[in-house]
Write a protein that binds this ligand. Sequence first.
Ligand SMILES: Cc1cc2nc3c(=O)[nH]c(=O)nc-3n(C[C@H](O)[C@H](O)[C@H](O)COP(=O)(O)OP(=O)(O)OC[C@H]3O[C@@H](n4cnc5c(N)ncnc54)[C@H](O)[C@@H]3O)c2cc1C
Length: 492
Amino acid sequence: MRKCGKSSHSVAVSSSHHSDHLTGKYDYDLVVIGGGSGGLACSKEAAQLGQKVAVLDYVEPSAKGTKWGLGGTCVNVGCIPKKLMHQAALLGTAVKDAKKYGWQMPETVHHDWATMAEAVQNHVRSLNWGHRVQLQDKKVKYLNLKGSLLDEHTVRGLSKAGKETILTAENIVIATGGRPKYPTQIPGAAEHGITSDDIFWLKKSPGKTYISHIRSACSVDLRWDVSPQMAGLVTDYMEAYGTRFVWRSVPKRVDKLSSGALQVTWSDTETGMEHRDTYNSVLWAVGRAPETKALGLDQLGVQLNKQTGKIVVGPDEATSVPHVYALGDISEGRPELTPTAIKAGKLLAHRLAGQSTALMNFDNVATTVFTPLEYGCVGLSEEEAERRHGKEGIEVFHAFYKPLEFTVAERDASQCYIKVICERGGDQKILGLHFTGPNAGEVIQGFSMGLQCGATYSHLLQTVGIHPTCAEEVVKVHITKRSGLDPTVTGC
Ligand SMILES: Cc1cc2nc3c(=O)[nH]c(=O)nc-3n(C[C@H](O)[C@H](O)[C@H](O)COP(=O)(O)OP(=O)(O)OC[C@H]3O[C@@H](n4cnc5c(N)ncnc54)[C@H](O)[C@@H]3O)c2cc1C
Protein backbone atom coordinates (compact mmCIF):
# COMPACT_ATOMS: atom_id res chain seq x y z
CA MET A 1 0.00 0.00 0.00
CA ARG A 2 1.19 3.46 -0.73
CA LYS A 3 -0.09 6.96 -0.35
CA CYS A 4 0.25 8.87 -3.52
CA GLY A 5 1.35 12.48 -3.91
CA LYS A 6 -0.95 14.91 -2.23
CA SER A 7 -3.89 12.62 -2.67
CA SER A 8 -5.38 10.98 0.36
CA HIS A 9 -6.36 8.11 -1.87
CA SER A 10 -4.80 4.88 -0.67
CA VAL A 11 -4.56 1.98 -3.08
CA ALA A 12 -2.63 -1.10 -4.04
CA VAL A 13 0.13 -0.02 -6.38
CA SER A 14 1.03 -2.18 -9.31
CA SER A 15 3.23 0.30 -11.13
CA SER A 16 6.41 -1.41 -12.19
CA HIS A 17 8.26 1.89 -12.13
CA HIS A 18 10.32 2.82 -9.21
CA SER A 19 11.03 6.50 -8.91
CA ASP A 20 14.70 7.16 -9.36
CA HIS A 21 14.76 10.17 -11.63
CA LEU A 22 16.13 13.63 -11.13
CA THR A 23 13.94 14.94 -8.36
CA GLY A 24 12.99 11.54 -7.00
CA LYS A 25 9.70 13.09 -6.06
CA TYR A 26 7.50 11.47 -8.70
CA ASP A 27 7.40 8.22 -10.66
CA TYR A 28 7.63 10.07 -13.96
CA ASP A 29 8.55 13.45 -15.36
CA LEU A 30 5.51 13.22 -17.61
CA VAL A 31 2.38 11.10 -17.73
CA VAL A 32 0.25 11.45 -20.86
CA ILE A 33 -3.37 10.30 -20.82
CA GLY A 34 -4.44 9.33 -24.35
CA GLY A 35 -2.34 7.55 -26.97
CA GLY A 36 -3.68 9.25 -30.07
CA SER A 37 -2.05 11.69 -32.48
CA GLY A 38 -1.19 14.34 -29.88
CA GLY A 39 -0.45 12.11 -26.89
CA LEU A 40 1.90 9.76 -28.74
CA ALA A 41 3.80 12.63 -30.35
CA CYS A 42 4.18 14.43 -27.03
CA SER A 43 5.28 11.35 -25.10
CA LYS A 44 7.81 10.18 -27.70
CA GLU A 45 9.30 13.65 -28.08
CA ALA A 46 9.59 14.10 -24.31
CA ALA A 47 11.33 10.72 -23.97
CA GLN A 48 13.75 11.66 -26.76
CA LEU A 49 14.62 14.73 -24.73
CA GLY A 50 15.51 12.56 -21.75
CA GLN A 51 12.27 12.73 -19.79
CA LYS A 52 10.87 9.69 -18.03
CA VAL A 53 7.47 9.22 -19.65
CA ALA A 54 4.41 7.00 -19.43
CA VAL A 55 1.42 7.07 -21.78
CA LEU A 56 -1.97 5.60 -20.94
CA ASP A 57 -4.28 4.62 -23.76
CA TYR A 58 -7.62 2.93 -23.38
CA VAL A 59 -10.35 2.45 -25.98
CA GLU A 60 -13.88 2.35 -24.70
CA PRO A 61 -15.82 0.26 -27.28
CA SER A 62 -18.41 2.12 -29.33
CA ALA A 63 -22.10 1.74 -28.49
CA LYS A 64 -22.16 -0.97 -31.19
CA GLY A 65 -19.20 -2.74 -29.57
CA THR A 66 -16.50 -1.75 -32.09
CA LYS A 67 -13.04 -1.47 -30.59
CA TRP A 68 -9.50 -1.00 -31.89
CA GLY A 69 -5.83 -0.70 -30.97
CA LEU A 70 -3.23 1.91 -30.08
CA GLY A 71 -2.99 5.14 -32.05
CA GLY A 72 -6.21 7.03 -31.39
CA THR A 73 -8.88 8.33 -33.74
CA CYS A 74 -6.73 9.16 -36.76
CA VAL A 75 -5.19 5.73 -37.12
CA ASN A 76 -8.20 3.60 -36.23
CA VAL A 77 -11.44 5.42 -36.97
CA GLY A 78 -10.39 8.65 -38.68
CA CYS A 79 -7.92 9.95 -41.24
CA ILE A 80 -6.28 6.68 -42.23
CA PRO A 81 -9.23 4.31 -42.89
CA LYS A 82 -11.19 7.30 -44.22
CA LYS A 83 -8.54 8.19 -46.82
CA LEU A 84 -8.09 4.54 -47.85
CA MET A 85 -11.82 4.10 -48.37
CA HIS A 86 -11.89 7.42 -50.22
CA GLN A 87 -9.22 5.97 -52.52
CA ALA A 88 -11.42 2.90 -53.04
CA ALA A 89 -14.22 5.23 -54.13
CA LEU A 90 -11.94 7.26 -56.44
CA LEU A 91 -10.85 4.03 -58.10
CA GLY A 92 -14.50 3.27 -58.77
CA THR A 93 -14.72 6.53 -60.73
CA ALA A 94 -11.38 5.82 -62.39
CA VAL A 95 -12.68 2.46 -63.60
CA LYS A 96 -15.49 4.31 -65.41
CA ASP A 97 -12.99 6.81 -66.87
CA ALA A 98 -10.69 3.96 -67.89
CA LYS A 99 -13.11 2.72 -70.53
CA LYS A 100 -12.94 6.09 -72.27
CA TYR A 101 -9.16 5.77 -72.21
CA GLY A 102 -9.33 2.42 -73.98
CA TRP A 103 -9.27 -0.06 -71.12
CA GLN A 104 -11.54 -2.94 -71.91
CA MET A 105 -13.46 -4.41 -69.04
CA PRO A 106 -16.75 -6.15 -68.35
CA GLU A 107 -19.92 -4.05 -68.57
CA THR A 108 -20.55 -4.35 -64.85
CA VAL A 109 -17.73 -4.05 -62.36
CA HIS A 110 -18.47 -4.95 -58.74
CA HIS A 111 -16.95 -3.68 -55.55
CA ASP A 112 -16.40 -6.15 -52.75
CA TRP A 113 -16.63 -4.37 -49.39
CA ALA A 114 -15.20 -7.31 -47.44
CA THR A 115 -11.96 -7.31 -49.48
CA MET A 116 -11.53 -3.56 -49.05
CA ALA A 117 -12.37 -3.63 -45.34
CA GLU A 118 -9.95 -6.45 -44.63
CA ALA A 119 -7.11 -4.71 -46.45
CA VAL A 120 -7.82 -1.40 -44.68
CA GLN A 121 -8.14 -3.06 -41.28
CA ASN A 122 -4.90 -4.99 -41.80
CA HIS A 123 -3.11 -1.75 -42.56
CA VAL A 124 -4.57 -0.13 -39.44
CA ARG A 125 -3.43 -3.12 -37.35
CA SER A 126 0.08 -2.74 -38.75
CA LEU A 127 0.02 0.90 -37.63
CA ASN A 128 -1.18 -0.15 -34.14
CA TRP A 129 1.78 -2.46 -33.94
CA GLY A 130 4.17 0.20 -35.29
CA HIS A 131 3.07 2.59 -32.53
CA ARG A 132 3.77 0.00 -29.83
CA VAL A 133 7.22 -0.68 -31.24
CA GLN A 134 8.01 3.04 -31.43
CA LEU A 135 7.03 3.57 -27.79
CA GLN A 136 9.26 0.69 -26.78
CA ASP A 137 12.18 1.96 -28.89
CA LYS A 138 11.85 5.42 -27.44
CA LYS A 139 11.54 4.11 -23.87
CA VAL A 140 8.04 5.40 -23.26
CA LYS A 141 6.14 3.21 -20.82
CA TYR A 142 2.84 2.22 -22.47
CA LEU A 143 -0.03 1.27 -20.20
CA ASN A 144 -3.34 0.01 -21.53
CA LEU A 145 -5.26 1.75 -18.76
CA LYS A 146 -8.11 4.22 -18.54
CA GLY A 147 -6.67 7.30 -16.87
CA SER A 148 -8.16 9.92 -14.59
CA LEU A 149 -6.65 12.60 -12.39
CA LEU A 150 -6.54 12.36 -8.61
CA ASP A 151 -4.59 15.56 -8.24
CA GLU A 152 -2.26 17.70 -10.34
CA HIS A 153 0.58 15.19 -9.96
CA THR A 154 -1.34 11.92 -9.69
CA VAL A 155 -3.01 9.77 -12.30
CA ARG A 156 -5.18 6.78 -11.57
CA GLY A 157 -5.17 4.08 -14.22
CA LEU A 158 -7.87 1.45 -14.39
CA SER A 159 -7.45 -1.76 -16.37
CA LYS A 160 -10.28 -3.48 -18.25
CA ALA A 161 -10.45 -5.97 -15.38
CA GLY A 162 -10.81 -3.13 -12.87
CA LYS A 163 -7.28 -3.22 -11.48
CA GLU A 164 -5.98 0.13 -10.31
CA THR A 165 -2.52 1.59 -10.91
CA ILE A 166 -1.39 4.90 -9.47
CA LEU A 167 1.24 6.98 -11.22
CA THR A 168 2.74 10.25 -10.07
CA ALA A 169 4.34 12.79 -12.38
CA GLU A 170 5.81 16.25 -12.40
CA ASN A 171 3.50 17.11 -15.30
CA ILE A 172 0.35 15.57 -16.74
CA VAL A 173 -0.85 15.96 -20.32
CA ILE A 174 -4.45 15.17 -21.23
CA ALA A 175 -4.86 14.16 -24.89
CA THR A 176 -7.96 11.99 -24.82
CA GLY A 177 -9.62 13.40 -27.95
CA GLY A 178 -13.36 13.04 -28.56
CA ARG A 179 -15.98 10.56 -29.69
CA PRO A 180 -18.91 10.81 -32.12
CA LYS A 181 -22.20 11.99 -30.65
CA TYR A 182 -25.60 10.32 -31.03
CA PRO A 183 -28.77 12.40 -31.35
CA THR A 184 -30.18 10.85 -28.18
CA GLN A 185 -33.50 12.71 -28.52
CA ILE A 186 -34.39 10.71 -31.66
CA PRO A 187 -36.09 7.38 -30.85
CA GLY A 188 -34.13 4.46 -32.28
CA ALA A 189 -31.07 6.60 -33.09
CA ALA A 190 -28.63 4.87 -30.77
CA GLU A 191 -30.26 1.46 -31.02
CA HIS A 192 -30.21 1.23 -34.80
CA GLY A 193 -27.60 3.76 -35.90
CA ILE A 194 -23.84 3.62 -36.24
CA THR A 195 -21.17 6.33 -36.27
CA SER A 196 -17.71 6.85 -37.74
CA ASP A 197 -16.45 4.67 -34.85
CA ASP A 198 -18.11 1.69 -36.56
CA ILE A 199 -18.20 2.32 -40.30
CA PHE A 200 -14.54 1.53 -41.00
CA TRP A 201 -14.73 -1.76 -39.10
CA LEU A 202 -17.84 -3.17 -40.77
CA LYS A 203 -17.28 -6.57 -42.33
CA LYS A 204 -20.19 -6.12 -44.73
CA SER A 205 -21.13 -3.18 -46.94
CA PRO A 206 -23.47 -0.76 -45.13
CA GLY A 207 -25.65 -0.79 -48.27
CA LYS A 208 -28.11 2.02 -48.84
CA THR A 209 -27.21 4.43 -46.07
CA TYR A 210 -28.97 7.33 -44.46
CA ILE A 211 -26.36 9.81 -43.24
CA SER A 212 -27.52 12.51 -40.92
CA HIS A 213 -25.54 15.70 -40.65
CA ILE A 214 -26.52 18.18 -38.02
CA ARG A 215 -29.15 20.01 -40.02
CA SER A 216 -30.05 17.93 -43.01
CA ALA A 217 -31.25 14.39 -43.43
CA CYS A 218 -29.08 13.00 -46.19
CA SER A 219 -25.95 14.96 -46.35
CA VAL A 220 -22.23 15.00 -46.00
CA ASP A 221 -20.64 16.10 -42.77
CA LEU A 222 -18.22 18.85 -43.71
CA ARG A 223 -16.80 18.92 -40.14
CA TRP A 224 -16.22 22.64 -39.88
CA ASP A 225 -17.57 25.93 -40.91
CA VAL A 226 -17.17 25.83 -44.68
CA SER A 227 -18.44 28.77 -46.69
CA PRO A 228 -21.76 28.05 -48.41
CA GLN A 229 -20.26 28.58 -51.86
CA MET A 230 -17.57 25.91 -51.40
CA ALA A 231 -19.89 23.49 -49.60
CA GLY A 232 -22.41 23.97 -52.44
CA LEU A 233 -19.84 22.94 -55.07
CA VAL A 234 -19.02 19.75 -53.16
CA THR A 235 -22.65 18.79 -52.61
CA ASP A 236 -23.67 19.67 -56.21
CA TYR A 237 -20.99 17.31 -57.46
CA MET A 238 -22.12 14.54 -55.12
CA GLU A 239 -25.71 15.05 -56.15
CA ALA A 240 -24.70 14.78 -59.81
CA TYR A 241 -22.98 11.48 -59.02
CA GLY A 242 -25.94 9.90 -57.22
CA THR A 243 -26.01 11.03 -53.57
CA ARG A 244 -29.51 12.13 -52.66
CA PHE A 245 -29.59 15.19 -50.41
CA VAL A 246 -32.67 16.03 -48.39
CA TRP A 247 -32.20 19.64 -47.41
CA ARG A 248 -34.05 21.48 -44.62
CA SER A 249 -35.10 18.36 -42.82
CA VAL A 250 -34.69 16.83 -39.39
CA PRO A 251 -34.77 13.13 -38.59
CA LYS A 252 -37.60 12.18 -36.20
CA ARG A 253 -37.23 8.46 -35.56
CA VAL A 254 -35.62 5.24 -36.72
CA ASP A 255 -37.60 1.99 -36.68
CA LYS A 256 -36.49 -1.50 -37.49
CA LEU A 257 -38.99 -3.23 -39.77
CA SER A 258 -39.70 -6.96 -39.64
CA SER A 259 -37.71 -7.27 -42.90
CA GLY A 260 -34.67 -6.03 -41.01
CA ALA A 261 -34.60 -2.75 -42.98
CA LEU A 262 -34.35 0.53 -41.09
CA GLN A 263 -37.15 2.99 -41.64
CA VAL A 264 -36.18 6.61 -41.10
CA THR A 265 -38.84 9.26 -40.60
CA TRP A 266 -37.90 12.88 -41.07
CA SER A 267 -39.78 16.12 -41.26
CA ASP A 268 -39.42 18.99 -43.66
CA THR A 269 -38.52 22.06 -41.60
CA GLU A 270 -40.36 24.37 -44.04
CA THR A 271 -43.62 22.53 -44.65
CA GLY A 272 -43.65 20.40 -41.48
CA MET A 273 -44.52 17.38 -43.66
CA GLU A 274 -43.24 14.01 -42.59
CA HIS A 275 -41.41 11.69 -45.00
CA ARG A 276 -39.99 8.23 -44.64
CA ASP A 277 -37.79 5.83 -46.51
CA THR A 278 -36.03 2.54 -45.76
CA TYR A 279 -32.30 1.97 -45.54
CA ASN A 280 -29.80 -0.77 -44.76
CA SER A 281 -27.81 1.48 -42.43
CA VAL A 282 -28.17 4.75 -40.57
CA LEU A 283 -25.00 6.71 -39.91
CA TRP A 284 -24.95 9.66 -37.51
CA ALA A 285 -22.45 12.39 -38.32
CA VAL A 286 -23.72 15.00 -35.88
CA GLY A 287 -20.45 16.10 -34.34
CA ARG A 288 -18.00 14.90 -31.75
CA ALA A 289 -17.79 15.44 -28.02
CA PRO A 290 -14.94 15.12 -25.54
CA GLU A 291 -15.17 12.59 -22.72
CA THR A 292 -14.13 14.97 -19.97
CA LYS A 293 -16.47 13.65 -17.27
CA ALA A 294 -14.55 10.44 -16.58
CA LEU A 295 -11.25 12.30 -16.23
CA GLY A 296 -11.97 13.63 -12.74
CA LEU A 297 -11.34 17.21 -13.78
CA ASP A 298 -14.19 18.70 -11.74
CA GLN A 299 -12.74 18.08 -8.31
CA LEU A 300 -9.38 19.40 -9.52
CA GLY A 301 -10.94 22.62 -10.77
CA VAL A 302 -9.72 22.24 -14.35
CA GLN A 303 -11.73 24.82 -16.28
CA LEU A 304 -13.96 23.48 -19.04
CA ASN A 305 -15.97 25.24 -21.70
CA LYS A 306 -19.53 24.67 -20.52
CA GLN A 307 -20.97 24.40 -24.04
CA THR A 308 -18.43 22.12 -25.67
CA GLY A 309 -17.18 20.29 -22.57
CA LYS A 310 -13.63 20.83 -23.86
CA ILE A 311 -10.72 21.89 -21.68
CA VAL A 312 -9.86 25.59 -21.71
CA VAL A 313 -6.18 26.05 -22.51
CA GLY A 314 -3.73 28.89 -22.94
CA PRO A 315 -1.39 29.38 -25.91
CA ASP A 316 1.06 27.05 -24.11
CA GLU A 317 -1.55 24.26 -23.72
CA ALA A 318 -1.69 24.95 -19.96
CA THR A 319 -5.02 24.34 -18.24
CA SER A 320 -6.26 26.39 -15.29
CA VAL A 321 -4.45 23.98 -12.95
CA PRO A 322 -0.62 24.16 -12.82
CA HIS A 323 1.25 21.06 -14.09
CA VAL A 324 -1.83 19.90 -16.02
CA TYR A 325 -1.84 20.44 -19.80
CA ALA A 326 -4.27 19.51 -22.57
CA LEU A 327 -3.82 19.21 -26.31
CA GLY A 328 -5.47 17.95 -29.48
CA ASP A 329 -9.22 17.54 -29.93
CA ILE A 330 -9.95 17.79 -26.19
CA SER A 331 -8.63 21.36 -26.00
CA GLU A 332 -11.00 24.23 -26.63
CA GLY A 333 -10.70 26.27 -29.81
CA ARG A 334 -8.12 24.08 -31.53
CA PRO A 335 -8.63 22.65 -35.02
CA GLU A 336 -9.68 19.00 -34.82
CA LEU A 337 -6.81 17.78 -36.98
CA THR A 338 -4.02 15.29 -36.55
CA PRO A 339 -1.06 17.44 -37.67
CA THR A 340 -1.99 20.26 -35.27
CA ALA A 341 -2.28 17.78 -32.37
CA ILE A 342 1.12 16.27 -33.29
CA LYS A 343 2.91 19.59 -33.64
CA ALA A 344 1.36 21.02 -30.48
CA GLY A 345 2.37 17.82 -28.64
CA LYS A 346 5.97 17.99 -29.79
CA LEU A 347 6.31 21.67 -28.95
CA LEU A 348 4.81 21.11 -25.50
CA ALA A 349 7.31 18.30 -24.88
CA HIS A 350 10.14 20.69 -25.72
CA ARG A 351 8.81 23.35 -23.36
CA LEU A 352 8.21 20.87 -20.53
CA ALA A 353 11.76 19.57 -20.94
CA GLY A 354 13.02 23.14 -20.74
CA GLN A 355 14.44 22.96 -24.27
CA SER A 356 12.43 25.70 -25.91
CA THR A 357 9.79 28.35 -25.38
CA ALA A 358 8.29 28.09 -28.88
CA LEU A 359 4.49 28.07 -29.02
CA MET A 360 2.28 26.39 -31.58
CA ASN A 361 1.09 28.65 -34.40
CA PHE A 362 -2.46 27.71 -35.31
CA ASP A 363 -2.70 30.25 -38.16
CA ASN A 364 -2.88 29.19 -41.79
CA VAL A 365 -3.34 25.50 -41.09
CA ALA A 366 -4.22 23.87 -44.39
CA THR A 367 -6.88 21.19 -44.53
CA THR A 368 -8.85 19.07 -46.98
CA VAL A 369 -12.25 17.43 -47.09
CA PHE A 370 -11.98 14.08 -48.86
CA THR A 371 -15.40 14.17 -50.49
CA PRO A 372 -15.78 12.67 -54.00
CA LEU A 373 -14.80 16.11 -55.30
CA GLU A 374 -12.03 17.03 -52.87
CA TYR A 375 -11.99 20.45 -51.26
CA GLY A 376 -8.82 21.90 -49.80
CA CYS A 377 -8.25 25.27 -48.23
CA VAL A 378 -5.83 27.36 -46.23
CA GLY A 379 -6.34 30.68 -44.48
CA LEU A 380 -9.58 32.61 -44.27
CA SER A 381 -12.92 31.88 -45.90
CA GLU A 382 -14.32 34.71 -48.00
CA GLU A 383 -16.90 35.39 -45.28
CA GLU A 384 -14.29 35.57 -42.53
CA ALA A 385 -12.00 37.78 -44.66
CA GLU A 386 -14.95 40.10 -45.28
CA ARG A 387 -15.76 40.18 -41.57
CA ARG A 388 -12.19 41.14 -40.67
CA HIS A 389 -11.32 43.47 -43.55
CA GLY A 390 -14.71 44.63 -44.88
CA LYS A 391 -16.16 43.91 -48.34
CA GLU A 392 -14.18 46.78 -49.84
CA GLY A 393 -11.01 45.64 -48.10
CA ILE A 394 -10.62 42.35 -49.96
CA GLU A 395 -10.16 41.25 -53.56
CA VAL A 396 -11.36 37.80 -54.56
CA PHE A 397 -9.78 36.22 -57.65
CA HIS A 398 -11.54 33.12 -58.94
CA ALA A 399 -11.67 30.60 -61.75
CA PHE A 400 -13.72 27.64 -62.90
CA TYR A 401 -11.26 25.27 -64.56
CA LYS A 402 -11.39 21.89 -66.28
CA PRO A 403 -8.90 19.24 -65.14
CA LEU A 404 -7.27 17.86 -68.29
CA GLU A 405 -7.99 14.29 -67.20
CA PHE A 406 -11.73 15.08 -67.17
CA THR A 407 -11.78 15.89 -70.90
CA VAL A 408 -11.19 12.46 -72.45
CA ALA A 409 -13.24 10.90 -69.64
CA GLU A 410 -16.08 13.33 -70.54
CA ARG A 411 -16.57 14.18 -66.90
CA ASP A 412 -18.45 17.26 -65.89
CA ALA A 413 -16.10 19.81 -64.35
CA SER A 414 -18.70 22.44 -63.38
CA GLN A 415 -17.67 22.32 -59.73
CA CYS A 416 -13.87 22.53 -60.19
CA TYR A 417 -13.15 25.95 -58.80
CA ILE A 418 -10.36 28.09 -57.35
CA LYS A 419 -10.70 31.13 -55.16
CA VAL A 420 -7.83 33.30 -53.93
CA ILE A 421 -8.77 35.92 -51.35
CA CYS A 422 -6.36 38.84 -51.02
CA GLU A 423 -6.14 42.12 -49.17
CA ARG A 424 -7.28 44.75 -51.62
CA GLY A 425 -4.71 47.46 -51.03
CA GLY A 426 -0.93 47.50 -50.68
CA ASP A 427 0.86 44.23 -51.49
CA GLN A 428 -2.41 42.32 -51.85
CA LYS A 429 -1.38 39.79 -49.22
CA ILE A 430 -3.11 36.44 -49.73
CA LEU A 431 -5.60 35.80 -46.92
CA GLY A 432 -7.15 32.55 -48.09
CA LEU A 433 -6.92 29.98 -50.83
CA HIS A 434 -9.72 27.53 -51.73
CA PHE A 435 -9.63 24.72 -54.26
CA THR A 436 -12.05 22.01 -55.36
CA GLY A 437 -10.81 19.31 -57.68
CA PRO A 438 -8.54 16.30 -57.95
CA ASN A 439 -5.81 15.97 -55.33
CA ALA A 440 -6.92 19.08 -53.47
CA GLY A 441 -4.84 18.18 -50.42
CA GLU A 442 -1.65 17.84 -52.44
CA VAL A 443 -2.29 21.17 -54.17
CA ILE A 444 -3.15 23.13 -51.04
CA GLN A 445 -0.31 21.66 -48.97
CA GLY A 446 2.24 23.25 -51.29
CA PHE A 447 0.58 26.64 -51.41
CA SER A 448 0.14 26.70 -47.63
CA MET A 449 3.85 27.33 -47.22
CA GLY A 450 3.42 30.44 -49.31
CA LEU A 451 0.74 31.72 -46.95
CA GLN A 452 2.97 30.92 -43.96
CA CYS A 453 5.65 33.10 -45.61
CA GLY A 454 3.22 35.98 -46.17
CA ALA A 455 2.71 35.44 -49.92
CA THR A 456 1.05 38.20 -51.94
CA TYR A 457 -0.94 38.17 -55.16
CA SER A 458 2.14 39.37 -57.06
CA HIS A 459 4.16 36.42 -55.66
CA LEU A 460 1.46 34.19 -57.10
CA LEU A 461 1.71 35.86 -60.50
CA GLN A 462 5.51 35.52 -60.45
CA THR A 463 5.18 31.77 -59.88
CA VAL A 464 5.47 29.68 -63.02
CA GLY A 465 2.98 26.84 -63.31
CA ILE A 466 3.62 23.19 -64.00
CA HIS A 467 1.81 22.30 -67.20
CA PRO A 468 -0.58 20.55 -67.50
CA THR A 469 -1.76 20.34 -63.88
CA CYS A 470 -4.75 21.55 -61.89
CA ALA A 471 -2.44 23.36 -59.46
CA GLU A 472 -1.15 25.62 -62.24
CA GLU A 473 -4.61 27.15 -62.47
CA VAL A 474 -3.99 28.68 -59.03
CA VAL A 475 -1.04 30.76 -60.27
CA LYS A 476 -3.10 31.91 -63.27
CA VAL A 477 -6.17 33.33 -61.50
CA HIS A 478 -6.83 36.89 -62.69
CA ILE A 479 -10.61 37.46 -62.83
CA THR A 480 -11.95 39.27 -59.78
CA LYS A 481 -15.39 38.53 -58.40
CA ARG A 482 -15.93 42.27 -58.25
CA SER A 483 -15.54 42.58 -62.05
CA GLY A 484 -18.47 40.24 -62.68
CA LEU A 485 -16.56 38.77 -65.65
CA ASP A 486 -16.92 35.10 -66.55
CA PRO A 487 -14.27 33.23 -64.54
CA THR A 488 -14.32 30.10 -66.73
CA VAL A 489 -10.82 29.15 -67.88
CA THR A 490 -10.56 28.50 -71.61
CA GLY A 491 -7.56 27.12 -73.45
CA CYS A 492 -4.17 26.36 -71.91
C1 LIG B 1 -13.91 10.15 -39.48
C2 LIG B 1 -12.77 11.08 -39.17
C3 LIG B 1 -11.90 11.45 -40.16
C4 LIG B 1 -10.83 12.30 -39.87
N1 LIG B 1 -10.00 12.66 -40.89
C5 LIG B 1 -8.96 13.48 -40.64
C6 LIG B 1 -8.06 13.84 -41.69
O1 LIG B 1 -8.20 13.41 -42.84
N2 LIG B 1 -7.03 14.65 -41.38
C7 LIG B 1 -6.83 15.14 -40.12
O2 LIG B 1 -5.86 15.86 -39.89
N3 LIG B 1 -7.68 14.83 -39.11
C8 LIG B 1 -8.72 14.01 -39.34
N4 LIG B 1 -9.57 13.66 -38.32
C9 LIG B 1 -9.34 14.24 -36.98
C10 LIG B 1 -8.22 13.53 -36.22
O3 LIG B 1 -8.45 12.15 -36.20
C11 LIG B 1 -8.16 14.08 -34.79
O4 LIG B 1 -8.07 15.48 -34.84
C12 LIG B 1 -6.96 13.54 -34.03
O5 LIG B 1 -6.99 12.15 -33.96
C13 LIG B 1 -6.95 14.14 -32.61
O6 LIG B 1 -5.89 13.61 -31.89
P1 LIG B 1 -5.93 13.60 -30.30
O7 LIG B 1 -4.54 13.20 -29.88
O8 LIG B 1 -6.48 14.86 -29.78
O9 LIG B 1 -6.98 12.47 -29.89
P2 LIG B 1 -7.28 11.01 -30.43
O10 LIG B 1 -6.51 10.68 -31.65
O11 LIG B 1 -8.75 10.89 -30.48
O12 LIG B 1 -6.70 10.06 -29.29
C14 LIG B 1 -7.21 10.02 -28.00
C15 LIG B 1 -6.90 8.66 -27.41
O13 LIG B 1 -7.14 8.70 -26.00
C16 LIG B 1 -7.85 7.53 -25.63
N5 LIG B 1 -8.55 7.82 -24.38
C17 LIG B 1 -9.71 8.53 -24.19
N6 LIG B 1 -9.98 8.63 -22.88
C18 LIG B 1 -8.97 7.99 -22.23
C19 LIG B 1 -8.68 7.77 -20.85
N7 LIG B 1 -9.47 8.25 -19.90
N8 LIG B 1 -7.57 7.07 -20.53
C20 LIG B 1 -6.73 6.59 -21.49
N9 LIG B 1 -6.97 6.77 -22.81
C21 LIG B 1 -8.07 7.47 -23.17
C22 LIG B 1 -8.76 7.26 -26.81
O14 LIG B 1 -9.23 5.95 -26.83
C23 LIG B 1 -7.79 7.55 -27.96
O15 LIG B 1 -7.02 6.41 -28.25
C24 LIG B 1 -10.63 12.79 -38.56
C25 LIG B 1 -11.51 12.41 -37.54
C26 LIG B 1 -12.56 11.56 -37.83
C27 LIG B 1 -13.50 11.15 -36.74
